[in-house]
Design a binder for this molecule. Structure first.
Ligand SMILES: [Zn+2]
Ligand SMILES: [Zn+2]
Length: 116
């Protein structure tokens, strides 16, 4: 494991959806962006919680929301919420036409029973 800086504002996001969910045609509620490597993962209210899994597996402690209009950060190591932080490489959120939960076509009709 490298000891890179927890926030690298030059790294673009890995894509528009959760890396692991996209690999298996999964779905998510909200998306989070790893501030160190750009990994996009799903939030802790999503069925698979890939953002937290990435933080634990990679040792990258800081995430930022990947939701339109949200700029907050979370530091897993410090258990600390930040209302804002450094500007990260664009795009700063998933496409605004991507639904929540998303992505379109992969969300089950009973999704509300799978979140939270
Ligand atoms: Zn996921
Ligand atoms: Zn990362």
């Amino acid at each position: 494991m490298s000891s890179e800086h927890p926030i690298d504002p030059t790294v673009p996001p890995s894509g528009t959806g959760c890396v692991e969910c996209d690999a298996v045609d999964g779905w998510w509620l909200h998306l989070r962006r790893c501030a160190a490597c750009g990994h996009i993962g799903c939030c802790d209210d999503s069925p698979a919680k890939h953002a937290t899994a990435h933080a634990k597996a990679s040792g990258h402690p800081v995430i930022r929301s990947f939701e339109p209009g949200e700029v907050w950060f979370w530091d897993y190591d410090k258990d600390q919420f930040y209302e804002s932080g450094p500007q990260l490489a664009p795009p700063e959120h998933h496409p605004v036409d991507q639904p929540v939960p998303g992505p379109a076509g992969r969300v089950p009709a009973d999704w509300q029973q799978h979140v939270g």
